[in-house]
Design a protein around this ligand. Sequence first.
Ligand code: NG1
Length: 508
Amino acid sequence: MVYTVPTVSELSNIYSLGVDVQTQRYARLTSAFCHIYGNKPDFVARAPGRVNIIGEHIDYCGFPVFPMAIALDTLIAVRANGIDRIHLANVNNEKYPARKFSTSGDIFKIDPTVHEWSNYFKCGYRSLLEHLGRRKGMGFDALLDGAVPAGGGLSSSAAFVCATQLAVQRVNGIDLPQTELALVATGAERYVGVNSGGMDQTASIMGCRGSALFIEFNPVLKATTVKLPKTDPALAFIIANTLVVSDKAVTAPVCYNLRVFETRIGALILAKHLGISNRPACRDVDPLTFKIVMDEYFSKKSCCDGGGGDDSKADSVEIWINRLGVMLEKVQEAFGTHSEGYTREEMVLALDMTPEELSDVVHEDQFLVHADRFKLFQRAQHAFSEAMRVVQFRQICESDNTDTDYFQVLGDLMNQSQNSCRNLFECSCTELDELCYIARQAGAFGSRLTGAGWGGCTVHLVPANKIDNVKNVLLREYYSKRFPELSATQLASTVFATVPGSGACYYV
Ligand code: NG1
């Protein structure tokens, strides 16, 4: 079954809670649009942010992740204008001033060195038109209202890019399947120099009210809805923002892109260690990921060569868990002697490449990185163990064993994930650790950073009847000490409970 982006005409079909507040917001957006452009919009393109429950920094390793869409979203009110111009405005026009582009010229020029809000719009526009093989689209007037906090780990950038692509495709009379749109959106942020994975864009486009998503990227993009187990009290999630802004595009060379680089080089060295780097499946792909290395190692051919294992039930959880377990041993063998990290010279030596070949293979010209040492061992340990936790998390959610203490087992996996992010992947920070510590003391069963980390948000698994208690303790122990100036309204959008929300749609 091929699904495209749905069109809805009732806000209650999008939002589970706060429909009145949303009704007022959409009315404000429409009236601001009329004020700026002198006409009502034809439609509103809507794409949500997401919270990742578990599976951090492994989408770009090809491993599955487990996010859910949230109610916070980006709206773009749109009206076709019949001329070759795009007029882009933002309801927050002081911070994000209006821009104008021609539909075939400057909109395709994106300077990643300039930190400019409309770059994300250009990324969405350009990647979609290039995908369609066009150099020019139809003109339109647009007004954006973004409710996902920027740099907060809830994927404001993906919500912006996805909403833009929705707007562009509808104005141009196109209706791509959701998976195709998610794949195109995934490539979009590369124009601003971020070597992005595909979790956020997929969760935003394919999110499903009431369910989390188990998203697989390899061999093909696939999102399976997973209902969270029914418990009494119910499972609930709280999001708490550290208010430390972490801008991926700005810190990419030392944070996000560096981790992508380390896992890519890790995959190359691991394939070499396993003696499979010259197989077409490893040699002829770009990028080579840990998932591809694992699959190739366990492919039928490897079994005949004395590696791998039975490939016949590749989908089953036991197979996943077995394979990931074996790979963790291989990671120890391949990288264990370099626990202090590799220098560039050591990586070049391990891969039997020239420094230029190494740079080429990971496209360093496009995605700059800066580091003296590259901790491939720790990054690989995180990637394989995190993938294992994601598979286990889904398995537990889908089990109907009435004896399972869901809070304890799911919470433990989230806590292990946080430890791994902090100690092995080094993408946490003091404030993220502190929020997790406080929430666990206050009754959260699982607490972890969500999204890229280095700031941004945390997510906490709590019994529904303890939401207020955990929130109050966070307010008292973290926010009132570090941010005493925040108003009640600001705090309400900083610490809040969330449920799985619906994915991207058009509102007409
Ligand atoms: P954030 O920075 O939270 O939007 C980023 C990536 C994801 C994923 C996570 C880490 C983009 C748009 N998003 O999320 O793909 O890799 O980090 O799990 O690059």
